[in-house]
Design a protein. Structure first.
Length: 212
């Protein structure tokens, strides 16, 4: 999507902007709004390497590596959606099991979005970043559930953002549900982070955004 478009003529505006919200209006319930297998490194996800970590396409996956403690990195492809079901596979490649990784929805900007995260030692949570401050929703801390495959995984993660209801699934089971009304629409994507130990590396595959 081209983020900034100006045109006097409506036809030129429609031709230039290709906003994914137009797709959202025409796709039926259950239809795919966006998907990426990460084999095409030009499909629109950020490719960044710096002291904080890296985000890039590698061998049919999108990998996020976090190289400093108490830090998160996230990536979105530059789309805009309303209600969505976001899902994908995640595999820990390196670093401690005490980590965090998952999915993002209604991403407005780096300061404002929802997230559903799990860890490689079996914990999960739904949260929100609002004006740059992250907090959990519906629980005070990450909770444990044995349905999460620990260690290297992989885990299938799904995050439904429908109306004011946010629901997180792992391996086909709903683990968390809460409500929040701050964000109505935005991008969808991936997130990974480190707690006290850096070196977290996670590979994501088969990313799909579906219309509820």
């Amino acid at each position: 999507m081209k983020r900034y478009c100006w045109s006097i003529l409506l036809i030129l505006f429609l031709a230039a902007c290709q906003n994914s919200m137009f797709t959202d209006l025409t796709v039926p319930s259950g239809g795919i709004l966006y998907k990426d297998d990460f084999f095409d490194p030009t499909s629109g996800w950020p490719r960044i390497v710096n002291a904080n970590g890296s985000q890039d396409y590698v061998d049919g996956s999108y990998r996020i590596e976090v190289n400093i403690p108490q830090y998160d990195l996230w990536a979105v492809p530059g789309q805009t959606f309303g209600d969505v079901k976001v899902e994908g596979e995640a595999t820990r490649l390196a670093g401690p099991d005490a980590n965090r990784f998952g999915l993002v929805c209604r991403y407005r900007d780096p300061q404002n979005f929802y997230f559903f995260i799990i860890s490689s030692d079996g914990y999960y949570a739904i949260g929100k970043t609002l004006t740059g401050t992250a907090s959990l929703l519906g629980q005070e801390m990450m909770a444990y559930n044995a349905v999460i495959v620990q260690g290297a995984g992989p885990n299938h993660i799904r995050f439904d953002c429908i109306g004011e209801t946010l629901t997180g699934y792992v391996n086909g089971r709903a683990l968390a549900r809460t409500t929040d009304a701050d964000f109505k629409s935005g991008d969808a994507g991936l997130i990974a982070g480190a707690f006290n130990t850096a070196g977290v590396q996670v590979a994501f595959t088969n990313f799909v955004v579906t219309k509820p």
